[in-house]
Design a protein around this ligand. Structure first.
Ligand code: NAP
Length: 262
């Protein structure tokens, strides 16, 4: 973890920068989201394990906008104990915080007849526990400030337990439920909590999916998320049509659902 103070442009009444933290932003959706938010004038603290890619992304964004809008912070989302001090440091660097996004995720492939605790553990650690470590620090900050936006990237995979990857399903189901509870706590304090449920996105992660359709680019998904942030939506599916599909799938009775190889 670097220790030097990162410099961001100071917010002024004429240039009221919004400030965001993105956990899991070196690749895929996280990188697309960073580019989208930079376009909207956000100052960005970009967190990931991959220092080199993160630094390249920040350099690209800063060269494009001619200001240090993005700064890298190396962080492994499973190093939960780092979170309280790291959050304090980043908020001091940014001069405040308006938006927190947890995007990091892993999908470790398995088959319908194999059982591997190590993989399930890893998916729970990155997809769920890493998020909770951050939410537990960010939520009280926003609660006392009576404002702010929290985004968690879950998945359609969390809407039902399926034969393909129970560990991934469970990690995203837990994240979705936690986000709902967080929203129910924080709405009364003016804090907005958004749950994002992508279908298939054309990223590194998709390489682990055997059958894909309705694949969207991470840029398209980032665009959908930005619009949902502006409109203060509670939950979005990207593509939107997944909302209808998952509404039907959630209502298929268990005795039928378990007969489907789905
Ligand atoms: N792609 C899809 O079809 C799809 C569908 C539904 C939901 N999602 C969700 O969308 C989110 C973004 O995934 P993606 O599609 O953009 O996949 P991706 O390209 O594989 O990106 C995942 C990101 O998470 C980071 N990450 C993984 N483990 C980490 C750790 N321990 N600490 C910090 N960062 C970590 C990765 O960086 P490093 O590898 O460098 O650490 C990477 O930047 C994930 O939560 C995923 O579950 C994806």
């Amino acid at each position: 973890m670097p220790t030097q103070r990162m410099s961001f442009p100071p917010a002024t009444p004429l240039r009221p920068y919004r400030r965001a933290i993105l956990v899991g932003s070196a690749h895929g959706l996280g990188a697309a989201m960073a580019r989208r938010l930079a376009r909207e004038g956000y100052c960005l603290a970009l967190l990931d394990r991959d220092a080199e890619t993160l630094e390249r992304l920040c350099a690209e964004i800063n060269a494009q906008y001619g200001e240090p809008l993005a700064q890298p912070y190396v962080h492994d989302a499973t190093h939960y104990e780092e979170v309280p001090a790291l959050l304090r440091r980043i908020v001091a660097d940014l001069g405040g915080l308006d938006l927190f996004m947890y995007i990091a995720g892993v999908l470790l492939p398995t088959t319908p007849t194999t059982y591997e605790f190590e993989k399930d553990l890893k998916m729970m650690e990155v997809n769920t526990l890493g998020a909770l470590a951050w939410f537990n620090e960010v939520a009280p900050l926003f609660q006392s400030a009576r404002g702010g936006q929290i985004v968690g990237v879950s998945s359609v995979a969390g809407d039902r337990g399926r034969v393909g990857n129970p560990g991934y399903n469970a990690s995203k189901a837990a994240l979705s439920t936690y986000l709902e509870a967080l929203r129910n706590r924080l709405t009364r304090f003016g804090v907005h909590v958004l749950t994002v449920k992508p279908g298939f996105m054309d990223t590194e992660m998709l390489k682990h999916s055997p059958r894909t359709f309705w694949v969207v680019s991470p840029e398209r998904a980032a665009d959908d998320i930005y619009k949902a942030l502006r409109r203060r939506k509670q939950t979005i599916y990207t593509l939107g049509r997944w909302g209808l599909v998952m509404l039907i799938i959630r209502h298929i009775p268990s005795f039928i659902f378990r007969r489907l190889s789905f």
